[in-house]
Design a protein around this ligand. Structure first.
Ligand code: SF4
Ligand code: SF4
Ligand code: SF4
Length: 308
């Protein structure tokens, strides 16, 4: 279903004519452009990270999120609590006590994993997510109806919603610096790291590099590349000196999450929600979204008048 058809389809829902039109609902495809052999990725070596948070600062700066002074990012008191990426920071560093072969505390960067088969994209019923050939999974706010199903579907709890934003709240997450990488630049976080924790490159090459490091330094790393196979593989992959559950990575299998998501989605559509109830719910969500857009336009008009 292309974007025009999707919009037409959703328009039909708002006036309650979808059932009469005989439209059947299918989950959005996990990948509109498809995973590519040329897909890029990042290998993160947690044994090397010093927790300086330059990557967090660079990510915010590259995405227009107020970052403040880089010096503030050297305050280590932030590590007292485990943090997750959100709309104020698309990536975060956490700290764990020294363990295994590590003599110093372990610092670990978290962001969207850019899954090969992204559950967020599979769950989104209007196709607001796109899996690009580069490996990046991006989100289009103009298509989003605010149902937040992507948040439920993501096995890594990555997409977050701007709850405190009254007008046009967005889903937010790392976009793998799609605009930068399209121009041949490195992701901002990768470029900023002073100790080269992250390597950006073709995913297959990164797996070979990771295997070589494990072979060469068996005392430094456990024999596992997180992301190589988990949930069908991810673009971001990790090496670590300890088991990944000790670094708060979720215990996931190798089965791609979209399969699970689609089964749930089909279940919902087929058995649990009567079509008319579903359509009126979607219509309600869209009405609220449109209402917010209308309010925003009115506010803009008022501001323009005030400035005249
Ligand atoms: S980590 Fe979550 S948000 Fe990122 S691509 Fe995978 S399913 Fe989507
Ligand atoms: S790839 Fe870009 S958006 Fe993602 S964490 Fe790095 S700097 Fe942020
Ligand atoms: S910039 Fe590099 S060393 Fe510093 S916290 Fe980020 S990944 Fe770790």
């Amino acid at each position: 279903m292309n974007s025009t058809n999707r919009r037409t389809f959703l328009k039909q829902l708002t006036v309650g004519s979808a059932v009469a039109a005989g439209v059947s609902i299918l989950p959005a495809k996990a990948s509109e452009e498809g995973a590519s052999d040329q897909a890029m990725g990042v290998l993160v070596d947690t044994a090397v990270c010093v927790g300086c948070r330059s990557c967090e600062w660079a990510c915010k700066t590259a995405h227009g999120i107020p970052a403040g002074d880089i010096e503030d990012f050297h305050d280590r008191s932030v590590f007292k609590e485990f943090r997750r990426p959100d709309h104020t920071s698309y990536c975060v560093i956490n700290e764990f006590p020294a363990e295994g072969s590590a003599k110093l505390p372990l610092n670990v960067k978290y962001q969207c994993m850019h899954c090969i088969e992204p559950a967020c994209a599979s769950a989104c019923i209007v196709g607001a997510f796109t899996k690009h050939e580069t490996g990046a999974v991006t989100w289009d706010g103009s298509m989003c109806i605010g149902c937040r199903y992507c948040m439920v579907a993501c096995p890594f709890q990555i997409p977050t919603f701007e709850y405190e934003k009254a007008i046009q709240p967005n889903i937010t997450k790392c976009d793998f610096c799609y605009d930068r990488t399209k121009e041949g630049k490195l992701p901002a976080c990768v470029e900023s790291c002073p100790v080269e924790v992250m390597v950006y490159g073709p995913r297959e090459d990164l797996i070979a590099i990771a295997r070589e490091r494990i072979k060469r330094y068996p005392d430094r790393y456990i024999d596992r590349i997180f992301g190589e196979k988990v949930v069908g593989g991810t673009s971001w992959m990790y090496l670590a000196p300890v088991e990944f559950d000790k670094l708060k990575f979720p215990p996931l299998g190798v089965k791609p999450a979209p399969g699970v998501t689609e089964a749930i989605q089909h279940g919902i559509f087929a058995y649990f929600i009567p079509p008319l109830a579903l359509f009126s719910w979607l219509g309600g969500v869209m009405w609220l979204t449109k209402r917010k857009e209308a309010i925003l336009k009115e506010v803009e008009k008022m501001e323009e008048k005030e400035n005249e």
